[in-house]
Ligand binder design. Structure first.
Ligand SMILES: CCCCC/C=C\C/C=C\C/C=C\C/C=C\CCCC(=O)SCCNC(=O)CCNC(=O)[C@H](O)C(C)(C)COP(=O)(O)OP(=O)(O)OC[C@H]1O[C@@H](n2cnc3c(N)ncnc32)[C@H](O)[C@@H]1OP(=O)(O)O
Length: 191
């Protein structure tokens, strides 16, 4: 069975609304399940300076406000429920939003290692239309690193565990101090 959501889903409170009871995850030793309640105890993987981020900024009212967790193998996990305003095909997510989900999850594989990196190249396979207003499972893994180049992959599944979209990306590590110094908009965000 691929990593993803087990069928007996359950809502368990505000933060983990829509989380299934257990998640199937990939570990170094193989696959195992973890209680989803464990996942809301992890450090939120957000850049505090990026509270306006469309993907994970909790202050961005029009954004996705994604919350990410990391398991003990470094795999990134999130559950997502897309609102109607993200529609592309009727009843389904716009492809740009799907790409954003995958990109954001992959970026958190770097963040989990305290690496600040930007997406340089990304590819998406849109395997099935992604339904709105239903629980989706987003996972990402860090594949390899070579100097500043970080290769990552992500998957988006529906509540039944079916694979809807996959992404691969090349991230380039940057110096956040230099980035901030060179970007007036970043200075404005901090104030
Ligand atoms: C913890 C404190 C936090 C503080 C925060 C402060 C700042 C945070 C700033 C950013 C936060 C980052 C992420 C969070 C944001 C959003 C999350 C989602 C991710 C995104 O949404 S992020 C937005 C979209 N993203 C961009 O807006 C990038 C625009 N872009 C650039 O800003 C430059 O492009 C940059 C900096 C990426 C690289 O520029 P550069 O000049 O430093 O690097 P260069 O071009 O030399 O490439 C280096 C090596 O990659 C090889 N290479 C290049 N392309 C390749 C390819 N396609 N295939 C194979 N290899 C390739 C080269 O060949 C070379 O290889 P080699 O070193 O071996 O020669």
């Amino acid at each position: 069975m691929p990593p993803g959501i087990l069928r007996n889903s359950l809502s368990i409170g505000k933060v983990t609304l829509g989380f299934p009871a257990r998640l199937l995850i990939r570990t170094k030793e193989g696959q195992r399940t973890v209680p989803s309640s464990k996942l809301d105890k992890g450090e939120p993987l957000t850049h505090t300076a990026l509270h306006g981020c469309f993907g994970c900024g909790q202050h961005n009212r029009t954004g996705l406000r994604l919350r990410f967790y990391v398991d003990d193998t470094g795999q990134i996990l999130s559950t997502v429920r897309l609102a109607g305003r993200f529609e592309g095909p009727p009843g389904h997510a716009h492809g740009g939003i799907v790409a954003t989900l995958l990109d954001e999850a992959m970026s958190k594989t770097n963040r989990a290692q305290n690496i600040v990196a930007m997406t340089r190249h990304m590819e998406v396979d849109y395997l099935r239309p992604v339904p709105l207003r239903t629980t989706l499972q987003l996972t990402a893994r860090h594949l390899s690193v070579e100097g500043r180049k970080h290769h990552c992959a992500a998957e988006l599944r529906n509540a039944a565990g079916e694979l809807l979209a996959t992404g691969k990306a090349l991230f380039i590590a940057i110096d956040p101090a230099r980035f901030q110094a060179s970007k007036p908009s970043m200075r404005a965000m901090k104030s």
